[in-house]
Design a protein around this ligand. Sequence first.
Ligand code: HEC
Length: 417
Amino acid sequence: MRLTIAILALILSHTAALAHAVALAGAAASSSAPFVLGALIAGTTLLYAAGLARIRAQIGVRVVTRGQSLAYAAGMGVLVLILLSPLDTYADALFSLHMVQHLVLALVVPPLLVWSRPVLVMLWGFPRGVRKMLGAAWHDGGLARLITGLMHPVVVGVLFSSAFVFWHLPRPYAWALRNDWAHALEHTTLFAAALMFWSLVIEPSGRRRMGLAATTLFVAGTSLVSGFPGALMLLAPAPLYPVHAPGVAHWGLTLLEDQQLAGLIMWVPVGLLYLVPIAWLFVRLLADRRHQRPVTSGALPVIALALLLPLALSACSETAPRAEEPHAQAKRLMTRLGCGACHEIPGVTGADGRIGPPLGGMADRTYIAGMVRNTPESMERWLRDPQAVSPGNAMPNVGATPAEARVMAAYLATLHE
Ligand code: HEC
């Protein structure tokens, strides 16, 4: 009884806080959306509370643990905080804040709510007659079949990943920011797909639709796909989300800074957020393996690989461009400008020409074409315009720009005997 009172008090106080936030946000936004949202949150919360009370009174068995009912309160509290507080207004101004909001909406609130077994508890929130009607619709009305179909892992995986990626592409994103209805659709579909995804991952009832090993792979795969928008934002050389220009200016950032911050948030913490369920599933899988059937033995290496893959990939994509870029670019340039037709150049495929001197060991030569001292400056000048350096020599001007000459000179400076 004490527990029920405590939970009710918690939920009530949070409903009061909610009403307050709704009033605030409503006044700020002067639109009806916050009121609808607030009413929805308050309504479902009351239903959950009623369900808890009725379960307690009629079954007497603890169907959800104290942690689970607290998870509900926490999930709803966070939801109110990100959607109905002034934070929402800032999210409209700053792209990076908006991304935090989306991440919380997709990766923090839904697992908390799913963990609290809302469907079961809320069902008990209805009076007996309504419960019977819902039960009939579930079994006879085909609702069960519909839900089973919708909750197929492939359907859920595709829905969740595509909702997450789609709404973060520049065009749909800009559309949602300009149009209130599209914005509501964006948040609703993200949230709904996330609830489906986390239901499959957590399965609070204990009856799994997917084995633990398969679920681990499912989460790892989804985390890879979900990393895509973050990577796009972080690596794009130009601003892709110009709708935020006024808000960004107000905060003293540039569009690109805001976008890179968003990309960083979307990429790194998201990867870490996904590691939580992966680790949880992995531990359960090991326990399962130790105590029960050794069915999953073959899956363990696969899972270990899946665990490492996101890390490996993010490591590659972070170091690869920096470590390899200058020389890969130089080699591409030399191929494009046809240097290989006249020179043997180590590391450049097909560069085996015999008209000019071989360029292997160029870094150790004191003179360029026997004319000027081999310094970076004179090498760049030579590559830009060999005829100006040594009029009449047999190397034609190949039309390299100063920037291209610098990249190629840098590579030639690494070619030792
Ligand atoms: C049509 C043939 C031809 C093409 C194309 C050509 N070169 Fe040359 N290059 C020469 C010849 C011939 C020389 C020797 C000039 C001399 O010594 O008077 C030379 C000399 C050089 C030297 C100085 C070599 C030394 O030993 O001092 C460098 C460096 C060089 N080329 C780099 C390049 C690069 C890089 C490209 C492509 C952007 C390129 N060349 C394209 C014919 C060519």
